[in-house]
Structure formats: C-alpha cells, structure tokens
Design a protein around this ligand. Structure first.
Ligand code: ATP
Ligand code: MG
Length: 333
C-alpha cells in the first residue's frame, strides 16, 4: 500500500483560531486534511445518534477536575481504528514500564478480542465476569481486576455484545467513566486498550480518558485513519469530555533499514509535529513471543532492546506531560 503524502502545513504560518476545539496544536496539524468533503466521512465515525445529546456537558456536566484525584490519575486510551498497529502491545508494555518506574498502574481490556487479557496468561473464554459486566450491569470494577504484572481489568468474549447492550442505556458513553470512579484514585496510570473501531467501546474510552495515545504502524501508514480518529475525538470533546485530546503518536514496527519506514516517520512528523514521540518501537519478533508466554516483553526479555524501547517511551510520555503542564502553568501565570 502506498503512503499518502498530505499537503504540508502552510508555510509554518500560525493557524486560524478555532476556540471551540482543544487543543489548538491538534487542530493545527490536522487543518489541511480535516476539510475533506463531508461525503467522504468514514462509516466508523459515530453518527450524532451514537454520541448521545442527552449526555452532553449541558445535560450531564463533566465533573470539575480541580483539586480531585481525577487530575492526578492519567487515564490514557490507546486507540487506532486500524487493526494490528500494536495498541495491545503498547498498552501492556507501556503499563509495565510505568510500573517499573514506581507508578501504580491499571490496564483495562476493552477489546472483545481479549488480546490484552490473553497476553497476561488469562483465557477470556473462561472468565466469568469481565468489563462487559462493569459496563452493562454496573458490577464494581474491583471485581474484575486480576493482579498480574500489573493490575488488569479483564475482557471476555461477552464484550462483543457490549455495544448493542449499551446502546439501550442512558449514559451509554459514560459507562467506563462511571466504572473507573471506584478505583481511579488508587492508580497513577490507567491504560485502556480499545478495539480496532471507533464504536461505542472506544467512545467510552475517550470519555473516561485524560488523553489518547495513538500507535501507528510505520509500514501501513493511514493518515486518513488518523483524521477520522481526530474527528471522533473532536465530537467527544464537544459533547462529552472537553479535556480529552491526542497526547502523542507512537511509531511502531519501525524498520530503519527500509526507506518505507523512514518515509512513514517523515510524513508523520510533517503532519503531526511534536505529537510524534521520538521513541521508535522497532520491528522485532520479541513482541510476538512475549504474549505467548503470558508476559510483557519487559519480563520476557528484560535487558533486550524491545523492553528498553518501551521504557524509553514511558519516560518520554511522563516528560512530555510535565513539559505540557509547565507550559500551561506559565501561560496562566
Ligand atoms: N514492534 C513490533 N514488531 C513486530 N511485531 C509487533 C510489534 N508490535 C506488535 N507486534 C505484533 O503485531 C501483532 C499486532 O499487535 P497488537 O495485537 O498489539 O495490535 P493491535 O493494534 O492491538 O491489534 P488489534 O487492532 O487487532 O487489537 C501482534 O502479533 C504483535 O505481537
Ligand atoms: Mg489489540
């Protein structure tokens, strides 16, 4: 598949202000492509009926984040509607890397495929209660958390029916947010692995999240897919969670030997600038081997380059947020 080269940003000139959408830098980098004709809107992009107006901020205001644990706990959704880009691999290994740094970490498997659950040695088919019960039956999330390398709220095959079951519920987009409230203060990082779609499960992750990290496979770069994701996020920001934004893009399956991979990075940086993390997650079979053993790559091959890459990413994710917070504090001073 060939890479789509987007129009470069117009001469580095500042973007037209878009006050209703945050953050500005995301708007800026997407500006050349967001203006695609509406008729080309993706089928996965939620329709207005998916984003329920009855749960808009006006009807059900997002809680005030000042001074509560919500601001301290980072809830990060790992999302990309394209399949096989390393969402699950990144959720697990980034989470374990945060744990190694001393942070309290919860992983949430929100994908009916249950790959995250499996990658910690659990069988989703044999699980009695899972995130399905948390989302649909309001079972306390603490009842579906397993202690593995890090705490993990498990998925089962039932989750495949969650979107349908949720669609009949009032506040269907806030089920995860409500479920997490019980344990939120107990963790520094909650990482949510999402399915390869922009349906109701992923929307739930966006509504609960303080930020989104987007793994992007360097081989089959789909910038159009990233625009669709940002459009969905913009809808969530307008209706459900004004705080959520893409906080970073992780290039995965990078192969420095191929021009194709290097070009993919170039295109990403051209379009998304500082949102692209400097850490490259290289292509190696280690990432496929580790889950077979029910472990992260940090446990499977602790001194290897594959493990080190996710440690580096974890440090970068922490540092990027600190830099962002510092800049915001100076702005408000
Ligand atoms: N850096 C890498 N190098 C080589 N293989 C990788 C790398 N990262 C992940 N993989 C492998 O690629 C496959 C897809 O990864 P993963 O399951 O994490 O993707 P995903 O985005 O979660 O997929 P899905 O959309 O189906 O949930 C897995 O077999 C995984 O082991
Ligand atoms: Mg996955």
């Amino acid at each position: 598949m060939g890479l789509i080269r987007l129009l470069p940003r117009p001469g580095g000139s500042p973007p037209a202000p878009t006050p209703e959408r945050q953050p500005e830098h995301v708007e800026r980098v997407l500006e050349p492509v967001v203006s695609e004709p509406a008729s080309e809107a993706p089928s996965e992009t939620p329709s207005d009926s998916t984003v329920d107006a009855t749960t808009s901020p006006a009807a059900d205001p997002a809680p005030d984040t000042s001074g509560d644990t919500r601001t301290a706990t980072r809830v990060i959704a790992l999302a990309n509607q394209k399949g096989g880009v390393a969402k699950t691999t990144t959720t697990l290994n980034l989470g374990v890397a945060f744990r190694e740094m001393g942070h309290r970490v919860l992983l949430v498997d929100l994908d009916p495929q249950g790959n995250l659950t499996m990658s910690q040695g659990l069988n989703p088919d044999a699980i009695e209660r899972s995130m399905f019960d948390v989302l649909v039956h309001r079972v306390p999330i603490s009842e579906v958390i397993e202690q593995r390398e890090v705490d993990l709220a498990v998925a089962s095959i039932d989750l495949a029916g969650a979107e349908l079951a949720l669609s009949a519920l009032i506040g269907r987009e806030r089920s995860l947010e409500k479920g997490l409230a019980e344990v939120r203060g107990q963790y520094d990082f909650i990482l949510v692995d999402t399915p390869p779609s922009l349906g109701l499960l992923t929307i739930n992750a966006f509504v609960a999240a303080t930020g989104v990290i987007v793994p992007v496979q360097c081989e089959y770069l789909s910038l159009r897919g990233l625009v669709q994701l940002e459009n969905t996020l913009a809808m969530v920001r307008e209706n459900l969670n004004p705080h959520v934004a893409v906080e970073g893009i992780v290039p995965t399956m990078f192969d420095a030997r191929t021009l194709h991979s290097r070009e993919a990075i170039e295109i990403l940086e051209e379009n998304f600038g500082d949102l692209v993390y400097r850490t490259r997650i290289r292509k190696t079979v280690r990432y496929a081997e580790a889950p077979v053993k029910g472990s992260s790559v940090l446990k499977y091959d602790p001194t290897g380059a594959a493990a080190e890459a996710y440690r580096e990413l974890a440090r970068e994710v922490v540092a990027a947020k600190e830099a962002q917070d510092g800049a915001q504090a100076r702005e408000h001073a």
